[in-house]
Design a protein around this ligand. Structure first.
Ligand SMILES: Nc1nc2c(c(=O)[nH]1)N[C@H]1C(S)=C(S)[C@@H](COP(=O)(O)O)O[C@H]1N2
Ligand SMILES: [Mo]
Length: 309
């Protein structure tokens, strides 16, 4: 039996929809229900407007809480998809400090609450695509990383930002194995970090971030494969040179530094043309830049994305 799906809408529409939903949820949080309903009625393409807001765009529904918080990659707590939920509960996320280092005017070790306090959390519904071929639609809570970076004042030499995850084998049982080089390190080019879509995430589904999703703070870059978004970050370092990142060092031919979602560049061991939305049966087409091409493709103008995969 073949079930036909409507074609994926263009990226532009999806992000407009997302902005719409963001606004609606934001207004809803302020108790302006009447205004938000009027907004919904005036917005074309919204088939339903259920108060539980499960419908995001066409058949792009929010992935249920149980899957967002129960089907995870967080190797510090084990390599199975259920291991992070099973093992991360005891991670102590307060007190927590983040060291800011390198090419920056305001290096310091910040208590997490001081670091995030200036930035009110907003909700952003993003597609989330793992390099393994599964995806979700997640209502993250957080704030643009660029707002934090601007406040930290990188020097004119800073070209990259590196993010390091906590290294504590007592609390993180997966670090007692050598499955990866610990600590987990990821990095972005400074302009990628400053892009308004890139988030510091502190919550999901309107609640504080569960440990298995990277509490107390993690990075989300919606147009890149999930591994670029490091979890439970304790250090942010600004550098002149491209940092060595964990997956890129572990298997450079499989995991490039850029890792932009690209249906045309296969992983050496599998195609990246399609993906399975967690909780669904049939696979769907993967979109260039995960559907955010209109917003981010210009960051890579002139680069060969088959070389810089
Ligand atoms: N520290 C750390 N960060 C990590 C990982 C990890 O193993 N350790 N896995 C990455 C991968 S491969 C993915 S797909 C996402 C998964 O995020 P989620 O579990 O919140 O969906 O986290 C990324 N961040
Ligand atoms: Mo991933």
């Amino acid at each position: 039996m073949l079930i036909r799906r409507p074609p994926e809408p263009p990226a532009r529409e999806i992000t407009d929809e997302q902005l719409f939903w963001n606004r609606r949820r934001f207004l809803g949080a302020l108790g302006q229900g009447v205004g938000t309903l009027a907004l919904a009625a005036a917005t074309p393409g919204i088939a339903a407007c259920a108060t539980d807001e499960k419908l995001v765009q066409g058949d792009d529904k929010l992935t249920p809480w149980e899957d967002v918080t129960g089907y995870n990659n967080f190797y510090e707590f084990g390599t199975g998809k259920g291991d992070p939920k099973a093992n991360a509960g005891s991670l102590r996320t307060r007190p927590w400090t983040v060291a800011v280092e390198g090419e920056v005017a305001k290096p310091a070790t910040y208590a997490i609450d001081d670091l995030v306090r200036p930035f009110p959390a907003v909700e952003r519904i993003y597609r989330h695509r793992c390099v393994e071929g599964w995806s979700m639609v997640v209502p993250w809570m957080g704030f643009p990383l660029g707002d934090l970076v601007r406040r930290l004042e990188p020097t004119s030499k800073a070209k990259f930002v590196e993010f390091t995850t906590l290294h504590d084998p007592v609390q993180m049982p997966g670090q007692r194995s050598g499955v990866l080089d610990w600590p987990y390190v990821e990095a972005l080019r400074l302009d990628e970090a400053m892009h308004p879509l890139t988030l510091v995430v502190t919550g999901v589904y309107g609640r504080p971030l569960p440990n298995q999703n990277g509490a107390p703070l993690r990075i989300v870059i919606p147009w890149k494969y999930g591994f670029k978004g490091g979890k439970s970050i304790v250090r942010i370092r600004f550098t002149e040179r491209q940092p060595a990142t964990t997956w890129n060092v572990a298997a450079p031919d499989e995991y490039g530094f850029y890792a932009n979602v690209n249906p045309e560049v296969d992983h050496p061991r599998w195609s990246q043309a399609r993906e399975r939305r967690v909780g669904e049966l049939f696979r769907r087409k993967t979109l260039p830049f995960n559907g955010y091409a209109a917003e981010v493709a210009s960051l890579y103008a002139g680069m060969d994305l088959r070389v810089h995969y």
